[in-house]
Design a protein around this ligand. Sequence first.
Ligand code: NDP
Length: 475
Amino acid sequence: MSAFGTSLFINGEFVAGEGRVETVYEPALRKPMAEVASASKGQIDQAVKAASGACRDWSQRTPRERSAALLAIAAAVEARAVTLAEVESRNAGKPLRFVKAGELANVADVFRYFGTAVRNMPAPAAGNYRSSVLTSLVRRDPIGVIAQIAPWNYPLLMAAWKIAPAIAAGNAVVIKPSELTPLSLLALSEVFAEILPAGVVNVVCGSGPDVGQALISHDLVRMISLTGDVRTGRAVLQAAAGPMIKRTHLELGGKAPVIVCEDADLDKLVETLREASFYNAGQDCTAACRIFAHRNVVQALTDKLKAMIGSLVYGRPERDDVEFGPVISARQLERVDGFVSRARAGGCDVMQGAPAESDGYFFSPTLVAAPIEAEIVQKEVFGPVLSITPFADVRTALDWANASEYGLGSSVWSRQTEQAMAIANALEYGVTWINTHGVMATEMPHGGMKNSGYGSDLSMQSLIDYTQIRHIMLG
Ligand code: NDP
């Protein structure tokens, strides 16, 4: 398997893109890594039609047959994990050791989980509900062609979260990776080519406003699934309201609050935040990025966080001691730097770790003491930046958390289970952790509320989201 396939994957074939050529960068070096030609309008149309054609047969395969394909994909991911991890690490700037041991294992697990789950779909009601007919039954059928738009922060893992439940349920997909990080999904397409019937998965590359927009607007697309920015979510909703109404499934980021009660175990919290705030350079929609700490512990916590930030190791992703690498692009670096510079200019206390060591898109781990109304506490930064804000009573912290436009990840830290549960119950967030943060389980749903979107990734719920409920009545 070549590490750097740059062709599109349409109807089971690798074909050169006929659109604009995009340069793909290696963020740790700020250097070009590959050139990928985008899909033309005609190629997007071919991919959607291939998916539509493939659906006819794939949707009729038994769960057992589809399951066998997904389990084979999981095994193939494991067999090629080293190559896939190297591509992902270089293109997304992720520490290689974490991609190999963690993210690739999760990609395989996601295909394996949905390959198993589809054989265990919960059976909805069936019975006789009118005396004049024999029976009613409810089916969960595939929806058809799903357009999927994947982000750059976990290129392969987010693609797996999207593709696995969709094809397990009997749909066919056309997926567009971010133009910043298409290489790992193109490499994985060699596995799809070997295992899946032509057209069940198609990969088209190119920019969001160009290729992405044309894909989500195609009339044969029945559902659009996006992980990305709120602004892109709005573009999806507009496309979904075109001549053909489409279903939507949106994961649009977050601004996870960490509510620290007076009795919290501060050492455990700081140890958890080392990863929960800084893994992937903080480019994570559930990253623990804003702490609301009881005023009686805020100083002790700030001191511990400063020490932790000072000891964080970041740098070139191939090093086996780094905890995070660069941010994804020059634009993201500028964005993160802009937030921190404005916070400093606004009078916030900014504390930073070791200065960046190389020419890559590195940003020093940062802690900002800021009031609740500060931009850095309210807006999604998506970088290795953590804010801390004191509160006087828990009710205030809860109100601050729920006033956010976002509602994805959150956590509560307290030794009193009743207090922690009461806060967790009142939080308007799709995911709440108590005395931990950011831990995912493939069996558990992941999704947001408010501007963080709706629809679940992972779990049986995601499989259900990719099906259409139908009633059949036998007279
Ligand atoms: P985008 O929403 O632009 O990127 C996510 C995906 O959407 C990419 O594949 C992108 O393509 C695609 N896209 C963009 N516009 C369209 C469109 N009109 N139609 C179809 N697809 C489209 O996010 P950005 O990269 O601009 O990042 C900005 C901010 O968004 C980040 O700083 C972060 O706050 C948030 N974000 C959140 C993510 C999450 O996990 N929820 C993931 C990524 C970003 P392409 O990249 O090729 O242009």
